[in-house]
Ligand binder design. Structure first.
Ligand code: GLN
Ligand code: ZN
Length: 757
């Protein structure tokens, strides 16, 4: 009989309890004990859910207070030097200092770099290593959680990130080869395995998602070496890969001496069947049959048919699971009372995916579940048939699109002259990325309006008061190009998702983005239509308050796609172009309302890149084209900005240039302007604002720091094409630190103008 297990579950809690507990602790409003008590509740609920679904073992180690990659860094004692200075006696605070740059105790420090976990919108903290790196095992967290689960009576399967993937995700601060650290790191894994074996652990899930990437010989050799070593001792290893196919690494992976494999049966195609054909008699195959990256119901009848032969052949050596950890989907549909029944019947969040696994296993075991399978089939049929999904006018407009629709009137040098005449900006203009602090008042007003407790007119007045405040503050700081501050937006994608047809929003569908930050991706279920302007009234009001240029603010088509749960019944490129057309209409409307600069944010363009380089070209072609379609409806004198953050952009700098935005503002300060390395070989042709102020830390940057960063930038980019701005939006910050930081930023600009002008 097939077994069933979870690769990992959401850990924020059904009500985002972890978020609130973390933030209370950071503010000093709650004790460490209170925070840990919430963590215990979440872990228990997750274990109970796995047990209820019939899992033979519950997963332990998928929980984290901030980030599982950082947890591993601590477990291996890979703590960068700077965190030893000013550390406190409190291990929890030392952990949060690495994550956030500060904690209730210990002095502030530059936080660890953060970047996206493979092609997801989850951000992990990048391990920082050096050639002389020492590792030592510090397994307290994992062991405590194992004891905790066993005390509840569960059999336990710990989840670890494998040594190669962890090293792959790391970077070295001295440019040395991180793979050289493998032997030392393996020593930690061996010690850990010994401890786990002592505790009676028989199976370990060892995640090696790096196996779906293109690996060179050295990394492939690393895999052979590592798993030869690790196979020498128990526990049994379930080598777990996801997010793609093994492709060229298939033979390598299949040859590793492990007790079992987990493969992603959605993105990995039929590789699981191929692997099944070459399993040794005692090896286990875990099939990731349920989509861990999307929220559509699975076709359980089809899955039963596909998996029946394997179930018969493998018996309890077939394990069933989701394709990847369910960290990437919301917790449960149970409380989505506002979603209509039809739509809801098409969906499955994490809890429902565990139900699907349970049902699939029952079906494979020949239990009498025909009625439930029929319900499942009926839901899928209703989605295919639904008139809400298909709009002829949208399809016709898409058909009519041509290359011309992705082109501005003239090339950048011509546009730049028209824009300079219109905008009258100084050298090194200062601006921000869009959002300003989202105070409790703002959030309360939005919530009250949503609940119908605040009349539309009162809501408008309150938002306008916020915008006015925001404009006044920016003027007081002396900024050159202003923004309205985005008080009306809960989230840059959800906001537009609520205004576009073809999108819907859940109420509680939160997914962890990083640490305590969660996002609630909207759901794109049908053809996308903009019924009316979405931002024009706010932008017009904001512009009426000032003579300085006001920048309109939109979320770009790729990000609108990337940060949503996207329909799976047509190519993503089609859905993206539909969104681009809706945004194009908004851009043109903003221009007509007198807005001279419009920013179309594309922070997600990098993370949309396929994991395999072979697939990059195709993606970049349609992604860049979609952006250009959204931006190209305007006159030369209207300045198009874009913004990107938290990624390594160097590899796609040419595609970014091909987007042809007049100005790009881009994250760089945490990585100390690493971005500029790309400009040594490639001269970015348009204007650029490399972020000089790390907005993910509450530290106020000094004038000297920002001046130094900009001097570095000016070595690579002509000063006439440089802007000064923060790394990203300021919504998570507080007003006092924001004002202070922006005053410093403006002072830095003045100093630089005198120096470089
Ligand atoms: N305009 C958005 C803001 O400032 C951009 C956010 C982002 O890039 N993630 O909040
Ligand atoms: Zn950003």
């Amino acid at each position: 009989m097939a077994q069933l297990h979870s690769l990992g579950l959401p850990r924020i809690g059904a009500d985002r309890e972890l978020k609130f507990a973390l933030e209370a602790y950071w503010r000093g409003d709650a004790s460490a004990e209170a925070l840990q008590a919430v963590a215990v509740q979440i872990r228990r609920a997750n274990w109970a859910a796995q047990a209820a679904a019939g899992a033979e073992r519950v997963s332990v180690g998928d929980f984290s207070l901030y980030d599982q990659v950082l947890d591993h860094s601590l477990m291996f004692d890979a703590i960068p030097q700077r965190f030893q200075q000013g550390a406190s006696g409190n291990p929890l605070d030392n952990y949060f200092r690495m994550a956030r740059g500060r904690a209730p105790s210990g002095s502030p420090q530059r936080a660890c770099e953060m970047t996206k976990w493979f092609d997801t919108n989850y951000h992990y903290l990048v391990p920082e290593l050096a050639a002389d790196q020492q590792f030592s095992l510090n397994p307290a967290k994992l062991l405590a959680e194992i004891d905790e689960a066993r005390a509840q009576g569960y059999r336990v399967k710990p989840v670890l990130i494998g040594p190669l993937s962890w090293l792959w995700l790391a970077k070295t601060s001295d440019g040395s080869d991180r793979l050289a650290l493998l032997p030392a790191l393996l020593e930690c894994y061996r010690q850990l395995f010994a401890l786990l074996t002592e505790r009676g652990i028989d199976w370990l899930q060892i995640d090696e998602p790096a196996l779906v990437l293109e690996l060179d010989d050295a990394w492939q050799q690393g895999y052979r070496e590592a798993y030869r070593t690790l196979a020498e001792t128990p526990p049994k290893l379930l080598l777990t890969t996801y997010f793609g196919s093994l492709a060229d690494n298939f033979a390598l992976a299949a040859s590793l001496p492990v007790a079992g494999f987990h493969l992603d049966a959605l993105r990995g195609g039929d590789e699981y069947l191929q692997l099944a054909g070459q399993l040794a008699d005692d090896q286990v195959l875990s099939v990731g049959a349920i989509d861990g990256r999307n929220i559509w119901k699975s076709d359980l009848t089809a899955l039963r048919e596909r998996l029946q032969p394997l179930a018969t052949a493998l018996g309890d050596r077939l394990w069933l699971s989701s394709s990847c950890s369910l960290l990437h989907v919301p917790v449960s549909l149970a409380r989505e009372a506002e979603l209509d029944d039809e739509l809801k019947s098409w969906l499955a969040f994490a809890a429902e995916k565990l139900d699907e696994l349970k049902l699939l296993r029952a079906a494979l075991n020949g239990e009498p579940v025909d009625a439930q399978l029929a319900d499942n089939a009926e839901a899928l049929a209703s989605r295919r048939r639904s008139g809400r999904v298909h709009r002829n006018a949208v399809k016709a407009r898409l058909q009519a699109l041509s290359l011309k629709d992705g082109e501005r009137q003239h090339p950048y040098p011509v546009r730049a002259v028209a824009q300079a005449a219109r905008l009258q900006l100084p050298l090194l203009p200062t601006t921000t990325i869009g959002s300003f602090p989202q105070t409790a008042d703002i959030r309360q007003a939005r919530a009250a309006f949503r609940r119908g407790e605040l009349a539309a007119e009162d809501y408008r007045q309150q938002m306008e008061a916020e915008i006015r405040h925001c404009v006044e503050q920016q003027q007081a700081c002396g900024l050159d190009m202003l923004v309205h501050g985005e008080p009306e937006r809960n989230d840059m994608v959800e906001y537009f998702g609520e205004l576009l047809e073809g999108y819907t929003a859940s109420r509680f569908g939160w997914v962890q983005s990083y640490g305590s930050r969660c996002v609630k991706p909207p759901i794109i279920y049908g053809d996308v239509v903009r019924p009316q302007p979405m931002t024009v009234a706010w932008a017009r009001y904001a512009q009426s308050l000032t003579d300085k240029p006001m920048k309109g603010m939109l979320t770009g088509p790729v990000t609108m796609l990337q940060w949503a749960f996207v329909r799976d019944d047509q190519p993503r490129s089609q859905t993206c172009l539909q969104i681009a057309l809706a945004l194009r209409d908004e851009v043109v409307d903003l221009e007509s309302a007198g807005i001279a600069a419009i920013q179309i944010d594309e922070p997600a363009i990098r993370e949309g890149l396929p994991l395999k380089r072979n697939d990059w070209r195709e993606y970049l072609d349609w992604a860049v084209y979609a952006f250009r379609v959204s931006a190209s409806g305007v006159q030369d004198a209207t300045q198009i900005h874009t913004h990107m953050c938290y990624s390594e952009f160097n590899e796609i700098i040419e595609a970014i240039a091909a987007m042809d935005a007049d100005v790009i503002t881009i994250e760089t300060s945490r990585s100390n302007m690493e971005l500029l390395d790309a400009f040594v070989d490639f001269k970015y042709p348009n204007e650029i604002g490399p972020g000089v102020y790390d907005i993910h830390s509450p530290n106020v940057p000094s004038v000297a720091q920002m001046v130094a960063l900009m001097r570095k930038a000016a070595e690579q980019v002509p000063v006439e094409r440089l802007w000064l701005n923060p790394d990203c939006g300021l919504k998570t910050r507080g007003w006092p630190e924001v004002s202070e930081s922006l005053v410093n930023m403006v002072a830095a600009a003045r100093q630089l103008r005198a120096e470089l002008g």
